[in-house]
Design a protein around this ligand. Structure first.
Ligand code: TRP
Ligand code: SF4
Length: 338
């Protein structure tokens, strides 16, 4: 019986990935990484730095990708991703990802890919780049290969990734229908933490220059918080404010205690508290959350050789699993052994 239909010994399997394009910001920490860390208790986890995915949009900047792989890894370790318990690796170190991508490409109708909302959206958003490439269209195919290669059951992702996951499920169903049941249908596990806006209230993104990063030192962090946009209608100290439209309040929701939240919510509306004091309360909670991560990241990044070693071992473990799946896939698709 295939492993898709037998319960694997013990834990269910998780796979997730992030692209090596720049620094980790606090949106990634509360939205993804802290969740990954918790999942390690209950699942067998595979976490991958998806450098091929980074190239789908950043192919004109290979130096940026090269520079961010180890940085990203050090940041993951700093948040608590544990390579002793989880398989942590770089996607391109496991060539089976590319092979399974090719296999899925054979059975993926192009209109399925053109219908993915992020396809047209991102082409418009990143208008400066030529994203009329085959690789960019195939982004969700590669993502499906990432997941299916390890027969992952559960995929922790943000809300924006739901269409991708839905497509992965369809592709897996189609594959299983055509070639026999090889893969389980992966289910999304949506992170429930509220979305953190950037310091200016727009979506947090390094390209907007509005992100708060794991690597920001204490002074930078303080500066960014104290200059954050607030409720735009609250011009003077005496004006009442509305926390529901204030990005600082979104930060409070992620980092402050319930009684502080309640206080801010009440006192903002009556102009009982000023924005500077409100920000200071939030900063007082954010700083101690980030400081130990910042410290650990600094330690890890000093020893790049060790980081590379750990990633190499992760890739070895991943390749074993990946090759097992590929043998089944090649066989199911009629490819004869050499
Ligand atoms: N598309 C994901 C993102 O942009 C990254 C990703 C690639 C991924 N492969 C994956 C996420 C597999 C989950 C599972 O965030
Ligand atoms: Fe925002 Fe706080 Fe100012 Fe209210 S008091 S507008 S929640 S920063």
């Amino acid at each position: 019986m295939s492993r898709a239909t037998t319960a694997r010994k013990g834990k269910r399997r998780v796979l997730s990935g992030l692209r090596p394009t720049g620094f980790t910001h606090i949106g990634h920490i509360v939205g993804a990484l802290e969740n990954w860390v918790r999942l390690q208790d209950d699942y067998e986890c595979f976490y991958t730095i998806v450098d091929w995915h980074a190239l789908t949009t950043e192919y004109q900047k290979p130096d940026a990708i090269r520079a961010s792989v180890l940085e990203l890894f050090a940041e993951w370790l700093a948040v608590g991703v544990d390579p002793e318990r989880s398989v942590v690796f770089v996607q391109s170190h496991v060539p089976q990802h590319a092979e399974l991508y090719l296999a899925f490409a054979m059975v993926t109708p192009v209109p399925w890919l053109e219908r993915v909302p992020t396809y047209k959206e991102q082409q418009q958003e990143l208008a400066g780049r030529d994203l009329s490439t085959y690789g960019f269209l195939g982004y969700p195919v590669l993502q499906t290969a990432d997941i299916a290669l390890y027969k992952a059951d559960v995929v922790p992702v943000g809300e924006d990734q739901i269409p991708h996951l839905e497509l992965s499920r369809e592709m897996v169903r189609r594959f299983n229908h055509l070639f026999g049941k090889v893969f389980p249908e992966p289910e999304p596990k949506i992170t429930k933490t509220p979305r953190l806006p950037g310091t200016d209230g727009r979506k947090m993104s390094k390209s907007y220059g509005n992100s708060v990063n794991l690597q920001d030192d204490g002074a930078t962090l303080r500066e960014k918080i104290l200059t954050m946009k607030t409720d735009p209608a609250r011009m003077r100290r005496g004006d009442p404010g509305n926390p529901d439209v204030c990005p600082v309040y979104d930060f409070h929701k992620a980092f402050s205690k319930p009684d502080e939240l309640e206080l801010v919510n009440r006192e903002c509306r009556t102009a009982g508290i000023g924005c500077v004091d409100c920000k200071k309360i939030m900063l007082g909670n954010l700083e101690p959350r980030l400081a130990p991560m910042r410290e650990r990241r600094g330690q890890f990044i000093k020893d790049k050789d060790t980081l590379r070693d750990v990633l190499r071992r992760g890739a070895e473990r991943a390749r074993e699993e990946a090759e097992r799946t590929m043998q089944e896939v090649r066989d199911a698709m009629g490819l004869v052994k050499p």
